[in-house]
Ligand binder design. Structure first.
Ligand SMILES: [Zn+2]
Length: 106
């Protein structure tokens, strides 16, 4: 199977201390995916949805067919916001650092 078509599987899913208010009024707890470098690269290249991790047949569809996220217009922006500190995903990151960061954020 083509590597680029393999499902994106997070190494870890961490709850983030904030709640997203959806346009229709529902509240959704946000989580942060901890991904492998390859998966991050795929998201950055537009091959997957940064929101629900759906892998696309072709990169940069207008919208994610699963969650409806506006991939072509917004993913680069979303990606920069959510994954701006890519080094956080590197081997130097410790869980303690992550907890500290979450505490500060809350
Ligand atoms: Zn999606």
């Amino acid at each position: 199977m083509d590597r680029w078509r393999q499902p994106i599987v997070p190494l870890l899913i961490e709850p983030v201390n904030q709640v997203l208010l959806l346009p229709d009024g529902r509240r959704q707890a946000e989580v942060q995916f901890v991904l492998s470098e390859f998966d991050i690269m795929r998201l950055r290249a537009g091959y997957g949805c940064a929101k629900c991790l759906q892998v696309f047949e072709r990169p940069w569809p207008e919208k994610c067919p699963v969650c409806g996220a506006p991939i072509r217009d917004k993913q680069a922006e979303y990606f920069a916001r959510e994954y701006g500190g890519v080094e956080r995903f590197g081997p130097s990151t410790t869980l303690a650092d992550e907890r500290e960061r979450l505490r500060e954020g809350g």
